[in-house]
Design a protein around this ligand. Sequence first.
Ligand code: ARG
Length: 286
Amino acid sequence: MTTQTDVSADAPARVATERTILMCRPEFFTVDYRINPWMHPEVPTDTGLAVSQWQVLYDTYRELGINVELIDPIEGLPDMVYAANGGFVIDNIAYGAKFRYDERVPEGPAYMRWFGDNGFDVRVPEHTNEGEGDFLLVGDVILGGYGFRSDTGSHTEVAEIFGREVVSFELVNPSFYHLDTAIAVLDPVPDSDGKQNIAYLPSAFSAEGLAELESRFPDAVIVSEEDASVLGLNSYSDGYNVVIASRAKGFEASLRERGYNPIGVDLSELLRGGGGVKCCTLELRS
Ligand code: ARG
């Protein structure tokens, strides 16, 4: 039996916005190296299952009216399915990724080639960064993560390229090594109250970062360790529909209460690479 949470009477009206994203079918997905604590190369993976679970995510996006572009997967790059790491795109400018670990380095140029071939103004990065895994746009402000993957030099580079403020957050828990595993942006544009909210896991941040989050987002949805540990925060919102890990039940209830429409999908096989819904999704903002 599922318990239905009532939408709280004062929740603002939520509106889905038009979105275009980039995804990569996990045809060559496996876990054969370990660059985060979720990965266990000694345990065999099921590529067919990864593809079918990914297909459900793809179909869910299409049913929601989201435009989905596809980049061809490349054999030998098993993590390429995590398209969020392929770059960071605003105003038709695509800032490329420069990966921390050798195993993923070739993905950077592969994604930049796709951006160039598809009419984006490509900026080759000087500093190490893993794209939208560590950069999240909230209104006119960019939240940037560092500590495990992206360097703070990339935060400066991003601020210059996009002409926007970048607020840097240190990540302190190796299981939440990308910002998009610790923060979910719920409102890509302001809601009917003029607010743009986020959800986050407090323990993923340093004391300084946490204080910054509390002052900027006093109404944020606070997510439990339990929900974060199924990568519940690694979700994708169009402003009304929020595609989340189906096992993140507490987060699902909080979203419903605030007037969002959570939609659960099961990406258990891709979780074994340390990624979820958002990791498989790169926003293309033209
Ligand atoms: N195995 C990949 C890595 O460790 C997972 C990337 C997840 N992506 C994300 N946007 N959090 O790099």
